[in-house]
Design a protein around this ligand. Structure first.
Ligand code: IVH
Length: 669
């Protein structure tokens, strides 16, 4: 093997490995730009030495093979990818080649390149019947049920199209939804999504479509399979046709008459794209005249009538002014760099998380250093590397403090862990503040109004010294706090009172036990039925519960073994926190085999105002019924809340019985 052959083999290996991490596991370890650079290197080598290009080369593939867990769907026409160009020179050559091939000048359409997940949708006589992911371009996964949960996707077209229609586009997650999703995941101690694309992919490929529904995905369409068959002959008309039929399309596109206009579009959106509520990483340039597409054809992986211009990932320089330590709910100390404010990716960045001590050491980040910074996934500020040549000698290396900056306790680093912790669980103000916020959050005891700012003040003013103090708050306590009028004080006290009735699973989740998020809390609550039972359970018994692994079992057992936590729970109980499980007779709900919903399948749609959706579903189950996420002929009852949408429509079409929230509550008795 010569050097070139060796490098090609190496690139095959690396690219397949990273493609697997990216497409299958939704957990990339290198940036898109790094991936693109490897792919490009291989591309160029294959162009120079065509004999080295094997049919299974990563450059010939689109993504990776479909996962086993969904039903596989063979696309009637392959779902292709796009070739990339990285500067205006390369773009120019693409347009020149295009014009040579069509022997003339062709109008072009520019659209933003959405950083999402390609899907195909099938409508039959105007009704959405099937949706699939791209998979490897030939075989994808049937994600129909999950796509039905995408709110902007019409289940019936605005104008009926006879027969079978296939349209294609991109499922995505908005910047806002992405931030919210990661916020909740962080609170639940779950791994964060690296970028919106992975969040969208991870959310769409859920076997439980309820999880997908909760993720709030969006979709944009841009392609009609066999457009001429529908009387659509131009890409610009495709976009209008799609919108006309109620299919969401992007607003950011333009008809361009010349290469100059294309360049102008690219320049116009270079910065402005950061104002869009979804992440884009380039511009797709397409020949407008669809009739010419067939004549141009495609390579094994990409059409010749379109190309993707990729914006370079934005990297800026700034300076590290200082490094703060933030102390989280579980006592973990996280270094955070304060930066000289710098514009990147459409916002001013002045802080960047540095993860942990090892990471700072690995990158050798010092106070005073000039650093290169980008936004990971175009969103999360990250220091890439230090400009070591720019050092003056005055830079100060980072030292992890030996004492917790919030309470002064000596910190500990457990063997085998990268995290440094403050062990003072009971009275560290930083941990307490985060603990209050977490306890009161929506996934926990849901005490509305008790957020970050308030928690901070209460801890500072020593109004709350430990979590149970939340339940002894008085109006007088609240009177002296910033922005706390009589009315908001009363609202807060009411919310505190209301939270006492939250179910057992909410209290378990609110305690912030390591590895116990909402889902695990629910399993524990359902299985043990009361806090007393859970408190005295052994690690072995816990590990026998379906869905609880040894790590969680050990963490739960350790939590309850700690006498301080026992005291905490006793305090809650004394304050009147009931934490009843649905299995508990005192909750007034028996676990009947027979109930008013026996034999029924109930579907909820829209927003319920006086009861949480998951609570309502539990009640249905407790009364003998089943719940489902979509309406079909098997549905017995649809409960329609506020702003009910397509499910309500479908129920009406199918003649399913529909009740509103009040009627549903009356049924519960
Ligand atoms: S057109 C025949 N238009 O980018 C392929 N693709 O990197 C037609 N993408 O596979 C694709 N935004 O999943 C097209 N406005 C847009 C797009 C777009 C994002 C995706 C698509 C494609 C990938 C290629």
């Amino acid at each position: 093997m010569n050097d070139i052959e060796r490098r090609v083999a190496e690139l095959y290996e690396q690219l397949s490995h990273h493609a697997r991490l990216y497409y299958k596991d939704d957990a990339p370890v290198i940036s898109d730009a790094e991936y693109d650079a490897l792919l490009r290197e291989l591309w160029e080598m294959e162009r120079a030495y065509p004999e080295l290009a094997r049919p299974d080369s990563p450059t010939k593939r689109v993504g990776s093979a479909a996962l086993e867990k969904f039903v596989k769907i063979r696309h009637e026409r392959p779902m292709l990818s796009l070739d990339n160009v990285f500067d205006t020179g390369e773009l120019r050559s693409f347009i020149d080649r295009l014009e040579a091939a069509i022997e003339g000048q062709g109008a072009l359409v520019c659209e933003m390149k959405i950083d999402g997940l390609a899907v195909s949708l099938i409508y039959e006589d105007g009704v959405f019947v099937r949706g699939a992911t791209r998979g490897d371009g030939r075989v994808g996964e049937d994600v129909t049920e999950n796509l039905r949960t995408v709110k902007t996707l019409p289940l019936r077209l605005k104008k009926t199209v006879p027969g079978r229609l296939e349209v294609r586009g991109e499922v995505l997650i908005t910047r806002e939804q992405f931030a919210e999703l990661n916020r909740v995941r962080e609170e639940n101690g779950e791994a964060l999504f690296a970028n919106p694309r992975n969040a969208a992919a991870g959310s769409l490929r859920q076997l439980d479509s309820k999880i997908t529904a909760a993720r709030g995905l969006s979709i944009f369409l841009y392609y009609i399979v066999d457009a001429p068959g529908r009387g659509v002959f131009r890409q610009s008309d495709t976009l209008r046709w799609l919108a006309d039929h109620g299919l969401p399309t992007q607003e950011a596109w333009a008809f361009c008459d010349s290469a100059e206009e294309v360049t102008a579009f690219i320049e116009k959106w270079r910065e402005r794209r950061f104002d869009l509520n979804y992440v884009t990483d380039g511009v797709v340039v397409k020949l407008d005249d669809i009739a010419l597409w067939d004549r141009l054809g495609s390579t094994s992986h990409a059409p010749r009538w379109a190309v993707a211009f990729k914006y370079p990932p934005e990297v800026v320089f700034t300076r590290v002014l200082s490094i703060d330590i933030s102390v989280g709910r579980t006592g973990v100390l996280t270094p955070v760099a304060n930066l000289d404010p710098v514009q990147v990716g459409g916002t001013t960045v002045q802080r960047a998380g540095l993860h942990n001590e090892d990471e700072v050491r690995r990158k050798d980040i010092r106070v005073g250093d000039r650093v290169r910074l980008h936004k990971a996934g175009e969103i999360i500020p990250e220091i890439l590397e230090v400009e070591k040549d720019a050092r003056t000698g005055a830079e100060v290396p980072f030292e992890m403090p030996e004492k917790c900056p919030a309470c002064g306790s000596p910190v500990v680093r457990l063997p085998g862990e990268v995290a440094v912790r403050c062990p003072n669980r009971s009275s560290c103000p930083a941990q307490l503040k985060e603990g209050i916020r977490y306890f009161a959050s929506r996934g926990g005891m849901d005490i509305r109004g008790l957020g970050d700012k308030l928690a901070e003040q209460m801890v500072e003013k020593k109004i709350i010294r430990s979590l149970p103090d939340i339940y002894t708050l008085t109006k007088e306590d609240l009177a002296g706090l910033d922005r706390m009028g009589d009315k908001s004080a009363q609202n807060l006290l009411d919310a505190v009172e209301e939270s006492k009735k939250r179910p057992l699973s909410a209290l378990i989740a609110a305690l912030g036990i390591r590895f116990v998020g909402n889902k695990i809390a629910e399993i524990l609550g359902d299985h043990f039925g009361s806090m007393e039972a859970l408190r005295s359970v052994s690690e072995e018994e816990l590990a026998l519960v379906e869905g609880i692994g040894p790590v969680i079992a050990s963490s739960v057992e350790a939590f309850f073994r700690d006498p301080a936590n026992g005291e905490l729970l006793t305090c809650f109980e004394e304050s009147g926190v009931t934490a009843l499980s649905l299995r508990d007779d005192r909750a007034g709900i028996k676990v009947p085999r027979e109930g008013i919903f026996t034999g029924m399948t109930v579907v909820f749609t829209g927003e319920l105002l006086s009861i949480a959706r998951n609570e309502a579903e539990k009640q249905v189950k407790a009364l003998g019924g089943k719940t489902a996420s979509s309406v079909s002929s098997k549905t017995s009852l649809v409960v329609a809340g506020e702003k009910a949408g397509s499910k309500l429509e479908k129920a009406k079409t199918l003649g399913v019985r529909i009740v509103d929230e009040a009627e549903f509550l009356a049924m519960l008795g």
